[in-house]
Design a protein around this ligand. Sequence first.
Ligand code: 13P
Ligand code: SF4
Length: 354
Amino acid sequence: SPSDPDLVERARAAKAKLGDKVFVLGHHYQRDEVIQFADVTGDSFKLARDAAARPEAEYIVFCGVHFMAESADILTSDDQKVVLPDLAAGCSMADMATAEQVAECWDVLTEAGIAEQVVPVSYMNSSADIKAFTGKHGGTICTSSNAQRALEWAFEQGEKVLFLPDQHLGRNTAVRDMGMSLEDCVLYNPHKPNGGLTAEQLRDAKMILWRGHCSVHGRFSLESVEDVRARIPGVNVLVHPECRHEVVAAADYVGSTEYIIKALEAAPAGSKWAIGTELNLVRRLANRFAPEGKEIVFLDKTVCFCSTMNRIDLPHLVWALESLAEGKLVNRIEVDKETEAFAKLALERMLALP
Ligand code: 13P
Ligand code: SF4
């Protein structure tokens, strides 16, 4: 829907008043009405790096979800303040791994006698607590654009990986990109005693996958890939690695949101694409590339927006910017010092990956 012109004007005025004091980051899944005010847009990796590269900005307004704002706070200096325009913009996947559950899992691995061999690799889409656990136990963070390099690094440090919290990204990277087999992976269910696994299963596994998933990407099905291929002959199927394994296995290309955009930029005129990721991004890309004769469709009509990404709307952004312009700090995301120190270790390992 077109943005309210009055709100657009207010956002513009507040941003102009703040000048260099504010830096606005926008994830690719954000609404058009919000993304127009982003100083940079990116995938999770790019935004983490860009947040850290703006030491002069007193305020970082993060148009994205809670775990991204936490990561930005961890990577920026103490006197920089990270603001999330709506505190209810969480991530259902990140919520699937709590600090208590992960500590319990580590006890299970210790009981099975394998904790020494296990290196945790945590997806960016996790709370600061999980990142701190990861740093404390010698592991690294990864995003969808560097998961393979993160896993390769981890397997140089130890024999096994505990991958948190997205089972699909972990499995897809191990099996599709690194030649492991499905049998090398086991699924740890935090709601079952011992994760629902025997000590023997844990000892035999190379990848211990946490039973978490994205509620948006998890809804794309193999059937949606088959349907679109039947409907649009010659279509290229391009999906995000948070999709289920059978969907990724049936797709032509797999990658992060930034990868998806680059692939479409490089695509020839006349090519046809079905994209399996969040709807705000797919719509924006379909509109952007239609004049160049690239046909872009959404992979499955029953899948919808990420409801938490969508919580950041123009009214929330205007409120945050106007508050800051009046000298009122609102919705600050601040990770406590101890958590921050260990989480930073894990994030810096990711940033240092070759
Ligand atoms: P990327 O932008 O890193 O591909 O991540 C997608 C996502 O789900 C973020 O929540
Ligand atoms: Fe979380 Fe999925 Fe939304 Fe990304 S798209 S923020 S993983 S729920």
